[in-house]
Ligand binder design. Sequence first.
Ligand code: FE
Length: 415
Amino acid sequence: MKAPRTGFSGTQVTEKKKGVIIMARFTLPRDLYYGKGSLEVLKTLKGKKAIVVVGGGSMKRFGFLDKVTSYLQEAGMEVELFENVEPDPSVETVMRGAEAMRKFEPDWIVAMGGGSPIDAAKAMWAFYEYPDTTFEDLITPFNFPELRQKAKFLAIPSTSGTATEVTAFSVITDYSTGVKYPLADFNITPDIAVVDPELATTMPAKLTAHTGMDALTHAIEAYVSTLHSPFTDPLALQAIEMVLDYLPASYNGNMEAREQMHYAQCLAGMAFSNALLGIVHSMAHKTGAAFSTGHIPHGCANAIYLPYVIQYNAKDKEAKSRYAEIARRMGLDGTSEQALVNALCDKIRDFNVRLNIPKTLQEFGIVEEEFKEKVGKIAELAVGDACTGSNPRSITPAEMEKLLTCTYYGTEVDF
Ligand code: FE
């Protein structure tokens, strides 16, 4: 029998400071509607005014924005649109959205699209209800003011990866300083998530591959996180199993598999929203926009780093057992825990090949000179990332530099 988990970190620290009894918390949306056509639930929403926050145009082009508008009107609501939220939404967009909300005074915020419009709408919501708050106030994890004073929040994802429709997270970028504000608070966990697979049928193959590997990374990192719990473990395992079963077919255009992936990423989101993540995400966050050769898509970066990080983390005894459990549950063969960990890494590498994801940063196209020049600084930043705290094995900047170097050349992680 394993030792029960005691002590908490991260999410619970703030509550302790406020003099509240320390307790672990598990939070999800109040309602989750899923299945083809579940979007129609909007017809039954109770309220007076809804603002719809949406991205650059694909939801409009495919007719989903019209559907959302007419369903809300059918529910008797006045509807206003806030369109053109950009990828990696900016502080300015958030402020404009909050201003639009203060003028219109919606009692429902309906956010639809990839991660970006939903993330942006979460931040708009805070500034709508608390106009005097600042990003500096909000970036302290789990320190939001009490939301739902003016509006409730419904999220409709169109990609199968970030799971922001069920998570307590949002990322906003300040382009004037280049700083990304990771916002984390259960107040911004949506009230309702509508997981309608018809929206995900619009994803191109490459986006399907990248977002799918992001979901797999969420589930694996949540399963081995220091904050994993009996509530998050089954969600993570189910998500891993479903991604392994359905991602290649979804990538190849099978829409039944695409539907299952839409649910799998949501399950992974439920797990990591409550168990947090690990250094695969720390590395992806800090390398995503670091090189002059272009952006590394988030899910692609995760997919490249995942097998290397598993080898690094598996030097920790408990983490090794948990990776081995994943491998066993997936039906992989191995006579020792290390053999099972290796089989899990081989499986991920095989997936990357099938999904046309490069094995290394070098193969991705990062220039060697630039990598060498920047890796020290990136390693430092990655260690300081919010996701490092719940990683199962600690890491120093020097070790992080070595690990990143392994992911550049494809060399073995032997430290
Ligand atoms: Fe992610």
